[in-house]
Design a protein around this ligand. Structure first.
Ligand code: NAD
Length: 465
């Protein structure tokens, strides 16, 4: 790729003093270089954000209009952004385009959210004020969409932002910064790339008043600890080990495809993908057969090739982790009704894998696999399935599948997680809160609830008479 990628700091392109290679997971080879942000460049970004904040916070109507223009700019440049996303992340081009369109929708919907002022008594008002500078840190599975989940509400609320993508997928975010340079006043959005230490520098930086982080539980805990001495506010969107519970009244043929993509969307690299599938005994075998057939049929390949449905695992450490969890399951006597092996050749490809004969106590069930290997576990009683589903530190989301919607809703409400779906999974909306219980996170993103995370309350109380 002959394109060059730069930080966006104070509305300008800033080259790296050094760069790091970005690997295309479909080939295993470096295809582009990203700038490696120095501490001095980080200070420049923070200074720019602090300066920009002073005027940005004053004009709500302008901020709304700017978000609409961000959506338009994204639409206009989607064609050049999508192949960058596919090459660094691995997902099929059509899915990269879907992610960009999702980002556009998030900008549009967020632009229409209200920033309420509550009159609680005569002369007493409660207002929502921005924090100032937001430090935003994102992972590699949906680099653009998850960045926009932060940018749009942070900006609408009146904050300025310094955003760092994952070192595995920095390019589409840098490109987004470049696209938005023409639309957003200088310093309001700063996009910088670097390794994990850059994330730690952002977290520790005195200019930052709010940290919005999406990533793993392990990093989330480090961020919470690093934020504490300065009492920075944090929103943490962390990992999940989502259960789906399938009751015996379903038609296995009718639900199989939805369940399959609930687990294998983005090659299983979705925080809230189905990662443990609990199926009532009566429909267990027919559903396993349907899912195995789908797993064998699906087209795995380079995301740039037409017809590819599932791309590679995004990066080498994650690829090795998926292999390790699968090998561990084999050692514990699990059966592989589809897949179970890495795919020979270049790139980080792994067969879509369906695992039976496995139970709690094996890593593939207990840990977040974040890849294309789904364990399917039978159950006898619904109460038992709910108990097993909840017996984890994770609590991101879960789903219940049944023809009896009211019963399924009641069971979903027993799940200890931020979102309970019925007869669907991964139905994430820009107007509903998304966040985790327990170790899956602190706080929420999206809709008015996510907007609230970028504001703090101030009571204005005027003396009577
Ligand atoms: P990760 O925690 O390794 O990295 C995420 C980001 O944090 C990267 O930008 C990384 O450079 C940065 N980082 C690393 N160490 C840091 C430190 N000490 N201080 C500050 N920043 C640091 O996660 P990942 O592997 O990129 O992403 C996968 C994880 O993200 C999975 O667990 C997945 O479930 C989770 N995730 C959660 C959501 C959600 O909304 N809940 C969404 C997507 C992904």
């Amino acid at each position: 790729m002959s394109q060059s990628f730069t930080h966006t700091i104070d509305g300008k392109a800033v080259a790296g003093e050094s760069t790091f290679g970005v690997v295309n997971p479909a080939t295993g080879e470096v295809f582009a270089e990203a700038p490696d942000c120095t501490p001095a460049q980080l200070d420049m970004a923070m200074d720019a954000a602090q300066r920009a904040f002073r005027s940005w916070r004053t004009d709500e109507a302008k901020r709304r209009q700017t978000l609409v223009e961000c959506a338009n700019a994204l639409k206009a440049r989607a064609g050049e952004l999508a192949p960058v996303l596919t090459q660094e992340q691995g997902k099929p081009l059509a899915k990269a385009m879907e992610e960009i369109i999702g980002g556009m929708v998030w900008f549009q919907v967020t632009a229409g959210l209200k920033i309420p002022v509550d009159a609680v008594a005569e002369g007493v008002e409660v207002r929502r004020k921005p924090y100032g500078v937001v430090g935003a840190i994102t992972p590699w599975n949906f680099p653009l969409l998850l960045a926009i989940w932060k940018i749009a509400p942070a900006l609408l609320a009146g904050n300025a932002i310094v955003l760092k993508p994952s070192p595995f997928t920095p390019l589409s975010t840098l490109k987004l910064g470049e696209i938005l340079r023409d639309v957003v006043p200088a310093g309001v959005i700063n996009t910088i790339s670097g390794g994990d230490p850059l994330g730690a520098w952002i977290t520790a930086h005195p200019a930052v008043r709010k940290i919005s982080f999406t990533g793993s539980v392990a990093t989330g805990k480090k961020i919470a600890a690093a934020a504490a001495p300065d009492l920075k506010r944090v929103t943490l969107e962390l990992g999940g080990n989502d259960p789906a519970i399938v009751l015996k009244d379903v038609d296995p043929k009718a639900v199989a495809e939805k369940l399959f993509w609930g687990a294998f969307e983005n090659n299983g690299q979705v925080c809230s993908a189905i990662k443990r599938l609990y199926v009532e005994e009566e429909v267990y075998q027919p559903l396993v057969d349907e899912l195995a057939a789908l797993a064998k049929r699906v087209k795995v390949g380079n995301g740039l090739e037409q017809g590819t449905q599932i791309g590679p695992v995004n990066n080498k450490p994650q690829y090795q982790r998926v292999r390790e969890l699968v090998e561990d399951a084999k050692k514990h006597g699990a059966r592989f009704v589809a897949g179970g092996e890495a795919i020979d050749g270049k790139g980080y490809f792994f067969q879509p894998t369906i695992v039976t004969g496995i139970a709690e106590g094996v890593r593939l069930v207990d840990e977040e696999q974040f890849g294309p290997a789904l364990p399917i576990l039978p159950f006898r009683r619904v109460e038992e399935a709910v108990e097993r589903a909840n017996a984890t530190h994770f609590g991101l989301s879960g789903s219940v599948w049944s023809k009896d919607v009211e019963r399924a809703k009641a069971i979903a409400s027993e799940l200890e997680c931020g979102t309970g779906w019925v007869n669907q999974h991964l139905a994430i909306r820009p107007d509903a809160p998304f966040g985790g219980s327990k170790w899956s996170g602190i706080g929420y993103e999206n809709g008015p609830y996510g907007l609230a995370a970028f504001t703090e309350l101030q009571t204005i109380n005027v003396a009577k008479g």
